[in-house]
Structure formats: structure tokens, C-alpha cells
Design a protein around this ligand. Structure first.
Ligand code: NAD
Ligand code: WQD
Length: 341
């Protein structure tokens, strides 16, 4: 069994945690990253946690010749593709940046996988493909809604590219994992999320507010048709999410996949409101957060959470970490980052 994996975008938030879990499960990992949204400190964190120096190649996944050298040199049979830009708002302002990077990096890798006869690929998809779903929770059969941002469009297109490529390529297997809202950090606090500038996402904004870097958290809307008026999301712990990649790769490597192209939701199955998350953060870390209610944020859906039955039954995977522990880890990581600056 070939237990070697190329992790494209492996220096990033989800990639670095996945590298740790892959290493724990006995995989050898080759990381490719161009640090466009990360920095080498995550590689130090991986080394400290695993005790293993990860193989690392600094390259742009859109650069076919550079990627060809990676395929020539290392005989991994599986690839996990994280290498994409992810800021929804920025994608609206700079669509070409997103179409170019997110699509070209994936097409380049899939073409090389075909050329070099590599077999298994996991793609980072997103709950964003469901848009404003009519029936909740969403299952993998819930129809995708037309994308409302170029970022979302790249996720839908990439899923379709993967599906088409799998069907056209003998021996190629693909799994698209649709992540809900990844949060938290490794319990060691040695790796975590490193947002650049002002965070768009809720948890980094909370931790930066608690650290005094942001003055006040704005809760975007308290007049939604939900129990407490704030939006509902499915917040998935980053280590649980990382483990889902390991089981997805193992399923394909061991030939247990039922279809050559499969899609799984990766969430907790539990809706949590913004107020609950804020209060949960305060309770878990025994502190008070400065927050206020503000207007709704354009583009936000009222509620989305996952039906995770398929991942539970087929991958034998489920979210395990308690939200309390996740929110504690998020705060420990924020303190570690500030201490290191
Ligand atoms: P991240 O920005 O922390 O990680 C992405 C990594 O890929 C970064 O290290 C970046 O430097 C690298 N990268 C980007 N383009 C590259 C290129 N052309 N060549 C080489 N390296 C490149 O983001 P993340 O949160 O870890 O997200 C990973 C993947 O998961 C992305 O595809 C993202 O769209 C998807 N996703 C993320 C979330 C989320 O909320 N974090 C939710 C759903 C899906
Ligand atoms: C969560 C909730 C906000 C910030 C995004 C992408 C999605 C996926 C995951 C990649 C919402 C509220 C937020 C703040 C707030 N990424 N909020 N104050 O929007 O659910 O999903 O990340 O694929 O595609 O859109 O996540 O963390 O931005 O927001 O009140 O300062 O927190 O309104 O209800 P979102 P988020």
C-alpha cells in the first residue's frame, strides 16, 4: 500500500493540521506551498508536534513545470488539494485572481496525476456550494444553488472538474469534502489559523478582540428568523476536520470507495448561533468579550448545517471534540501567536 501523500497548500490552516494527522496515521507527506497565505512557521509547528521534518517544496501549484519536478521526484499515490484562495469578499472584487489560482492549480495537479498515473485525490470543497438551502440540514443530495461569489463558483467548478476527470481517467478516484465552518487550533497551540489583516471569519475576530487587537466584535444581525435572532452555522473543529482527510485517503488507498467520485459533508450536524458561540467562548475561557449587535452582513445566509450521516456511515468518521475545547484551543493559539510576535 502506498502511504505517501502530496499535500498541496499544506502550510495553510487546514493543510497543516491535516499533515499532522496524516503523519500520526503513518503516512509520509510531501508539502507544496507558495506561502501566498501562510508562512514557514507552520512547518516549524508541524515539526514540533510530530517530531518529523516534513518534506517541503516551495512552489506555485499553477506552475506546471515546477509541479512536474515534484511528481518526478516523489512517488506519492494520493494528493490532497488545499491550495486555493478563500476570501469570499475579495473574490468579488478580484474575480480573476480567484478563477486563475483556484482553478489552474487544481487543473495542473489533475493533469499531472493523470500523466504520472497517480490514483487518489481529495478536494477541499465547501458548504458554500449549498448557498441559501431551502431544507436543513443539508445532505450531499441537496441541490447546489447558483454561486453567489467567484470563490463559491470556483468550488462548484472544481467539484465538476474533479468528477469529469475521474470518469475520464481509468484508475483515478476522487473525494470532495464539503467543509462547514472550520474553527479552533491544534491542542498543542503550535499550529492554528493565521489570518492576514482584519479577519472576516467569526472566531479569529473573537480571539483578536479578546486579545485587544480589535476593539469590539460586531455581531452581524440579531433579527434573523432563528431562536435568538443571529445566524446558525455548523462549526467543525479543525482536528476533527483534519482526521476526515485521513479517512478519505485511507478509503481510496484501500479500495473501499463505493464510487470513483464521492462527496461528503464534513460538519458536526449541530447548528450553533453567533450568540451561542460568543457566550461559549466567554465561558470556556473565563473572560468577557466586548461585542455589539450590528447590521446584517451582505451575502450571509440565515442558517446552514450539515447532515453528516453519509460521512458517519461511509467514512466511519464523526466530529468528536466538544465546542468548549475547540474554543479554548482557539484562544490558546491566539495567545501563543501574540507571545511569539
Ligand atoms: P489557507 O489559506 O490557510 O491555506 C491554503 C494554503 O494554500 C496556504 O498555505 C497558501 O499559501 C497555499 N496556496 C494558495 N494558492 C497556492 C498555489 N497556487 N500554490 C501553492 N500554494 C498555494 O486556507 P485554509 O483555510 O487552510 O483552506 C484550505 C482549503 O480549504 C482552501 O481550498 C479553502 O477554499 C477550503 N475551505 C476552507 C474553509 C475555511 O473556512 N477555512 C472552508 C471551506 C473550504
Ligand atoms: C460565521 C457567522 C456571520 C464575523 C465563510 C465562507 C464560507 C466558508 C467558511 C470557505 C455568520 C457572523 C462573522 C463577525 C459576525 N469558507 N459573524 N461577526 O460566512 O459562515 O462562512 O467561511 O469555503 O464559504 O463564506 O463564516 O466565520 O465569516 O461567519 O457576526 O465579525 O458569524 O454573520 O453568521 P461564514 P464566518
Amino acid at each position: 500500500m502506498n502511504k505517501r501523500v502530496l499535500v498541496a497548500g499544506g502550510a495553510g490552516y487546514i493543510g497543516s493540521h491535516t499533515v499532522v494527522e496524516l503523519t500520526k496515521a503513518g503516512f509520509e507527506v510531501v508539502i507544496v506551498d507558495n506561502f501566498s497565505n501562510s508562512d514557514p512557521s507552520s512547518l516549524d509547528g508541524i515539526r514540533k508536534i510530530t517530531g518529523i521534518e516534513p518534506i517541503f517544496v516551495e512552489a506555485d501549484c499553477c506552475d506546471k513545470e515546477a509541479m512536474r519536478r515534484v511528481f518526478e521526484r516523489y512517488d506519492f499515490d494520493s494528493v490532497i488539494h488545499f491550495a486555493a484562495f478563500k476570501a469570499v469578499g475579495e473574490s468579488v472584487a478580484e474575480p480573476m485572481k480567484y478563477y486563475r489560482n483556484n482553478l489552474l492549480s487544481f487543473v495542473t495537479i489533475l493533469e499531472l496525476m493523470k500523466e504520472y498515473g497517480r490514483h487518489n485525490v481529495v478536494f477541499s470543497s465547501s458548504a458554500t456550494v449549498y448557498g441559501d438551502a431551502e431544507v436543513l440540514p443539508v445532505t450531499e443530495l441537496t441541490p447546489r444553488k447558483p454561486a453567489t461569489s467567484p470563490y463559491g463558483a470556483t468550488k462548484q467548478m472544481s467539484e465538476d472538474i474533479l468528477r469529469d476527470m475521474v470518469f475520464a481517467t481509468e484508475g483515478l478516484n476522487g473525494i470532495a469534502l464539503r467543509y462547514f465552518n472550520p474553527i479552533g487550533a491544534h491542542p498543542s497551540a503550535l499550529i492554528g489559523e493565521l489570518p492576514r489583516g482584519v479577519p472576516n471569519n467569526l472566531v479569529p475576530y473573537i480571539t483578536q478582540t479578546a486579545a485587544g487587537i480589535r476593539e469590539c466584535l460586531s455581531i452581524f444581525g440579531d433579527d434573523y428568523p432563528t431562536p435568538d435572532g443571529s445566524c446558525l452555522r455548523d462549526y467543525i473543529d479543525i482536528v476533527d476536520l483534519a482526521r476526515a482527510h485521513v479517512v478519505a485517503i485511507e478509503r481510496m488507498v484501500e479500495g473501499r470507495n463505493k464510487e470513483r467520485y464521492e462527496v461528503f459533508n464534513v460538519g458536526t450536524g449541530r447548528p450553533v448561533s453567533v450568540f451561542e458561540l460568543v457566550k461559549g467562548f466567554e465561558a470556556a475561557n473565563e473572560l468577557k468579550l466586548n461585542y455589539k449587535v450590528a447590521a446584517r452582513r451582505a451575502g450571509d445566509v440565515t442558517a446552514v448545517w450539515a447532515d453528516t450521516t453519509l460521512a458517519n456511515e461511509e467514512l466511519g468518521w464523526r466530529a468528536e471534540r466538544e465546542l468548549n475545547d475547540t474554543l479554548r484551543a482557539a484562544w490558546e493559539w491566539e495567545k501563543y501567536v501574540r507571545g511569539n510576535k
